[in-house]
Design a binder for this molecule. Structure first.
Ligand SMILES: [Cu+2]
Length: 276
């Protein structure tokens, strides 16, 4: 009888996996924030994720049902008192269960190529893209450099650039990119809500582009264990409407290039976050 119980148990886990796969994305469980990606590329990455999840679930259900079937049959045979049968392998079956996963992997490798290329290949970055800032990771913070309003970002720091720490602001509704670099060891620029992740590699300037679709504040964290203070490389990406972004850039420039003695009361939101 015990064997049949186990058979039912494993079949039920297949059912639970199916339920979880439906419920997870609906409830936003397992995804950052409310479960939706707020970049154009993020939506495509999520649909790839869901495709892989469904393949895994179908395979999982298949193997659990097969396991349940074998257990059930075994439990039935045990009651008849017949001797057990032994199998010494089945080449046909082995070929089949090698070819099917190989075909699935090959399909995924080809199917995801467009999204990968759009995200990673420089010439695929949208034409209308603007490089809004340089983000330099260091132990243990993010230093951000913006060009003066109306100017393009120079590869080297310019005297009229404006700087923030742990506070990256970008406009929503259009394609923008950052130049990612690191001052010391390897870090990783990770914005889970936007599905953006890119390693910062010493000696390299890596463009990372994204098109944020919803204004808001998103966590920026380091996803590469980079030293004792790795945990505190927590910053934010503030995606804001175009006009607000431009106004903020002008305002921060004024704040930065005056001595502050005669300046009006500073807005606490505009102060670079160095409290950590
Ligand atoms: Cu780091």
């Amino acid at each position: 009888m015990g064997g049949k119980l186990w058979a039912l148990f494993f079949m039920l886990t297949a059912l639970a996996a199916l339920a979880a796969t439906f419920a997870g994305p609906l409830l936003g469980v397992g995804f950052p924030g409310d479960g939706r990606a707020y970049t154009t590329i993020g939506v495509k990455i999520d649909s790839l994720f869901m495709l892989i999840l469904w393949i895994v679930v179908v395979v999982f259900i298949g193997t659990q049902l097969a396991l349940g079937y074998v257990l059930w049959k075994g439990a039935e045979a045990a009651t008849t008192g017949r001797p057990a049968q032994f199998s010494h392998g089945n080449p046909t079956l082995e070929v089949i269960w090698t070819i099917i996963p190989a075909a699935i992997l090959l399909f995924l490798a080809i199917y995801q190529m467009d999204v990968w290329a759009e995200y990673r290949i420089k010439t695929m970055i949208p034409k209308a893209n603007e490089v809004v800032a340089e983000v330099t990771a260091r132990q243990f913070e993010w230093r951000i450099r913006y060009p003066q309003a109306g100017k393009p970002l120079g590869l080297r720091p310019q005297p009229d650039d404006v700087h923030t720490v742990n506070d990256l602001r970008v406009p929503v509704g259009r394609s923008v990119s950052i130049n990612l670099r690191t001052e010391d060891v390897q870090h990783s620029f990770f914005v889970p809500h936007l599905r953006i992740k890119q390693d910062a590699v010493p000696g390299k300037v890596i463009p990372v582009w994204f098109h944020v679709t919803k204004a808001g504040e998103y966590d920026l964290v380091c996803a590469e264990l980079c030293g004792w203070g790795h945990y505190k490389m927590k910053a934010r990406v503030l995606a804001m409407p175009e006009d607000e972004f431009q106004a903020w850039k002008k305002q921060i420039a004024v704040e930065q290039f005056t001595d502050g003695v005669t300046a009006a009361a500073p807005d606490s939101n505009q102060t670079p976050n160095t409290a950590e």
